[in-house]
Design a protein around this ligand. Sequence first.
Ligand SMILES: [Zn+2]
Ligand SMILES: [Zn+2]
Length: 642
Amino acid sequence: MVGSRIKRRAAAFFVTREIIMTREKYGCACCSGGFHRLVTGNRAFQSMKAEAERGRGWSCNWGIDFNRMGRRDFIKAGVAAASLTALLPGCSRTEEKSAKQEPATTVFTGGKVLTVDADFSEAGAIAIRANRILAVGADADVRQAAGDGAKIVDLRGKTVLPGFVDPHTHVIAGSIVDAVMDYVGMARFQTTDEVLAHIASRVAETPSGEWLVFRNFDPAVQEGLDALTFAELDPISTDHPIFVMNASGHLAYANSKAFEVAGIADDVADPPGGEFVRDADGKLTGFMKNNVAFLQVASKYPAMMEADPVEGLIKLLDKWGALGLTTVSELSLGALAQSPADAQVMAAAAQSGRLNARIRAYPFYTLGAQAWDEANIHQGDGNALARIAGYKLVADGSNQGFTGLQREPYLGTEDDRGLAYMSPEELTAVALERAGKGWHLSIHGNGDAAIDNILDTCEALRDAGIDLSKIRPRIEHCSILHDEQITRMKKLGVSASFLIGHVHYWGVAMRDEVFGEEKAQLLDRCRSAEEAGVGFSLHSDFMVTDPDPLHMIEMAVTRKTWKEPDYVLAPQERISVESAIRALTSEAAWQLFSEHEIGSLEPGKLADLVILDKDPREVNPDAIKDIKVVETWMDGKQVYRA
Ligand SMILES: [Zn+2]
Ligand SMILES: [Zn+2]
């Protein structure tokens, strides 16, 4: 046990060194990782880039003129997807079929409706008309409001909740990656052997010569070898190129066939900042450090180049209907294409009429405020389906990657306190400039010292006369919090969004390898925030963890860990099921400035709802994730049915 802990520790440090060595400004293992580099040769992006260079800007082919649609639509607040195209004269689009086939009014009755309104009130029925909620209440009242022609749906005792809202994902950055790379991370496999067995099973079903590409392999957490090499991968296949990317996005592994296809032999030179790891005889091992090295292999993978990011995004959100998600977010808009072209991907998906969840997007600071201004992308552009919701800044790295910025050194180190991705001065300067122009702010902070910096920045905003209630600054992840920081947050009106998977997946590592028992108690302090009156949401940070709201609710309610299933990390921070539901519905909607349209089931709001086979409050907390999503409705349309 001790041996394996030391191994993991060494692996974690190894990854840390890589991150420091190769750190780009956005090189947070959590927010954006290194995936975007994989798509630089993608054809769709190449053509978008060429188009932009010809001065065409946001074209009909690619999407929406945010400047034209944004202002008008924002004022109207909440125009449905179908009417988006009305704002785009001259733009071709995919044929719409929704306009005529929708029944005017539907009543759901015979079950339980958890409205998640201010009182968390319960009702017996809900009616929706077109894309809005018409009435919520007792069966007879709702039927009366709905009128004679309404379609009646018998819930048969099931539970209706507002559609889930994940306020921090990287859905656009992940759209291509998810489509063309198979996830083999810890949420799926406990050990390296299981990962290898999975790769072998994929080989068995794949024609010879075709690529097999995997992501999120995490030897720092998954038991087994620290790295994959030809020794493990070649016995699986020498007919298929195999490529495996580490969860950090900074390391990768491939078999000899992949190297052969890429035309890389033992005499290859290491690129500056990267390495093809060799054995004692100078022969390649299959292990690669840093994208400047492994992209020479991965860039030969045809699917990565051919993948359509718009279709990828549409498909990904379609898939997530099964999880009950009706609104998600993009917290590093621009990280995929490394340009504002990411906004075009979102707009084109919205324009297709086939987008099954709403998106709230945050332009990423690394491109620079000027790039976003020049691209004519402004706070609030878009509509109820897809909208620019704020601006994203990053104060530090990640705690489990030892790059979160700490007041005290990391466990077992002399003076390793992590990294400030933005200096306090830079953070404040950019925040002042953006907030001064009305941008809502979302700031990534994991370590306690990073959170100090963020709170100092928020104070500077307030002192500069900026009304923080209009900016709603929130701290993303907000992982390590001291009591006095919670007090400051309350005073300033700063809210938190917790990556609750930190507790479940990394909780034991945080205790044993990152912080020690005492400081690990300060991780994801949901209950303390709640008691202090500090608003908070929960998020997946997809691709860091899976965006499964029911699982996130379970994690926040139980705080049990993946590594030691009976260990509860900081039991005093457990919250009620109702609070956890709020954190993924109404609180998340508030943080996204969308509480006027989504997040609760109240008349006038958009008809986004999920039907569960059980009430999450009435099952064993360890079984909340097993509750079945039976149906998901978004904008008045059924987008998923089990
Ligand atoms: Zn982050
Ligand atoms: Zn993130």
